[in-house]
Design a protein. Structure first.
Length: 256
C-alpha cells in the first residue's frame, strides 16, 4: 500500500499540508486511459482517467484533459460553456486535427483562464477525493498547434492548476511539451508523464529537468527497447495506441 501523506505532527493546531510526493521512481508503470483493469503484480505507478477508480495498492495518477475537451464531454462544453471554446473567424469551435472529436479550450484571456481553472480545478479536487495521489494535465502543448494561443497563457493557466493540485494534496505532472521544460520554475510541476520521448529523442531533456521522476509511454517496440537500454533508471511502458484493455486483440503491455 502506498503511503499518501507525510506525518505533520500531533499538536492541537493543524499545520499547513505538505506538497504530495511525486510517484516512486524506477517502478513498473502502467498507462490505463482506455479503461481500468487489474494491473500486473509488479506495477507500482498507475495512470487512469479521472472518471475511473484508483487502485488502493498503487500510486495513482489521475488523467485530466485540461486544454481540450474529451470526446464524451462535447455536449457539456457546447451547451454549458460555449464561450470557453476557441473559435475560428466564422465563429465555429476549433478541433484538434489529430483528434477531431476534441474541441480546443480558449486560454487567450485572463477571464477565460480563471473560468477554466475553476472547472478543471473541481476535477482535480475530485481526483484527490477519490484517492488519487497525483494528476497529469494533458495537452499543455495545444498552443503550439493554434496560432491564436501562446505559451505564456499556457504556463499561467497550468500554474493555476498546479496550485489547485497542491492545495488538494496532489502532486502534478507535466504532460509532454519539452519546449516548456525551462519554465518549470513558473509552472511548479513536480514530475513528467511523456509519450514517445525515446521515439523523438527527448527523454534526456526531461531527465535534465525532472531527474528520475519521468514516466514514459512508448508505442513503438524499437523506441521502447531503446529507452529500456538507455534510461534504465526510468519507468517506461510499451502500450498499444488505443490503450486497450486486456480483452482486446490490440492490447499490448510491457514495462521496464
Amino acid at each position: 500500500m502506498i503511503v499518501l501523506t507525510a506525518f505533520t505532527g500531533c499538536g492541537d493546531k493543524p499545520e499547513t499540508p505538505q506538497r504530495a510526493m511525486p510517484p516512486p521512481v524506477n517502478g513498473a508503470f502502467d498507462y490505463q486511459l482506455g479503461g481500468g483493469y487489474v494491473p500486473a503484480d509488479d506495477v507500482v505507478v498507475l495512470s487512469r482517467d479521472r472518471n475511473d477508480e484508483p487502485d488502493p495498492d498503487r500510486y495513482n495518477i489521475c488523467y485530466v484533459n485540461g486544454f481540450q475537451t474529451q470526446p464524451d464531454e462535447a455536449d457539456l462544453w457546447l451547451g454549458d460553456h460555449p464561450d470557453l471554446l476557441l473559435r475560428d473567424a466564422a465563429g465555429s469551435p476549433l478541433v484538434d486535427s489529430e483528434f477531431p472529436d476534441e474541441y480546443i479550450l480558449d486560454t487567450t484571456s485572463a477571464k477565460s483562464r480563471r473560468q477554466l481553472a475553476l472547472i478543471v480545478g473541481e476535477w482535480i479536487d475530485g481526483c484527490a477525493a477519490d484517492g488519487f495521489q497525483a494528476v497529469e494535465v494533458d495537452n499543455l502543448d495545444t498552443y503550439s498547434r493554434f496560432p491564436q494561443l501562446n505559451a505564456d497563457a499556457a504556463v499561467e493557466y497550468v500554474r493555476s492548476l498546479a496550485d489547485r493540485a497542491h492545495a488538494a494534496g496532489l502532486a502534478i505532472g507535466q504532460k509532454n511539451s519539452a519546449e516548456l521544460l525551462a519554465r518549470r520554475p513558473q509552472t511548479q510541476l513536480d514530475f513528467a508523464v511523456v509519450e514517445q520521448c525515446n521515439e523523438f529523442d527527448e527523454c534526456g531533456e526531461f531527465t535534465d529537468a525532472y531527474g528520475e521522476h519521468v514516466y514514459v509511454i512508448e508505442y513503438e517496440r524499437s523506441a521502447f527497447d531503446t529507452g529500456c537500454a538507455e534510461f534504465p533508471m526510468l519507468s517506461i511502458v510499451f502500450r498499444d495506441l488505443e490503450l486497450s484493455t486486456p480483452g482486446s486483440l490490440a492490447y499490448l503491455h510491457e514495462s521496464c
